[in-house]
Structure formats: structure tokens, C-alpha cells
Design a protein around this ligand. Structure first.
Ligand code: FES
Length: 107
């Protein structure tokens, strides 16, 4: 089992167990982590599942795909170097302990 840390805008951190092969977005929703809207359900068409991967994990999580990269230009909160759409980040053991920051707004 892999753990994922979600950091909220107020600095609080929720650590959850994630199923390998599941997206970080699904992990957030199934654990009632606030701030991940995921309006399109993971179809890469809403950009309301934006997270910012912490610096130490950016290289391990990898870069966004071409279309995801374009979608990140449409996020409510301005994108940052670690920005990803969490529906496109698949949990695996190499991400054990990954921390992502949830933006203050997804709309
Ligand atoms: S859930 Fe819509 S783009 Fe990720």
C-alpha cells in the first residue's frame, strides 16, 4: 500500500492509503479529501482536479502529457512547476509518501 499526503491551503495535511494503479484524484475522492472537485470524473476535460506536486516528488511523478499540459493552462489557480491534473497521476510504490498541495480553488 502506498501513502499519499494532501496538503490543504491552510497547511493541514491528510495522509491516506492509496491503491496502486488508482489515480491520485480517485484516491482523494474515495477518502473524502476536500478540494478535489474532479467534475469530469477523470476524462481530462475539466481541470478541476489540479494539484501541485511538492518539489521533492516532481521528478518522480513525472511531467504532464501534452494535452494535460495544455489543460493546466486553464486551471482556476495559476499553475506552478509541480502542477498536475491528479486524475492523470497513477499511484505506484515509487510514489509512497508523495505530497501534493491542493489549491485554494478549482473553479
Ligand atoms: S477530473 Fe477532470 S481533468 Fe481530472
Amino acid at each position: 500500500m502506498t501513502t499519499v499526503e494532501f496538503e490543504q491551503p491552510d497547511g493541514s495535511v491528510t495522509t491516506v492509503e492509496a491503491a496502486d494503479g488508482e489515480s491520485i484524484m480517485r484516491t482523494a475522492l474515495s477518502n473524502l479529501v476536500p478540494g478535489i472537485v474532479a467534475d469530469c470524473g477523470g476524462e481530462l476535460s475539466c481541470a478541476t482536479c489540479h494539484v501541485i506536486v511538492s518539489d521533492a516528488w516532481v521528478g518522480i511523478a513525472g511531467p504532464p502529457s501534452g494535452f494535460e499540459d495544455e489543460m493546466l493552462d486553464a486551471t482556476s489557480e495559476e499553475r506552478e512547476p509541480g502542477s498536475r491534473l491528479s486524475c492523470q497521476v497513477v499511484v505506484s510504490p515509487v510514489l509512497d509518501g508523495v505530497r501534493v498541495r491542493v489549491p485554494a480553488s478549482q473553479w
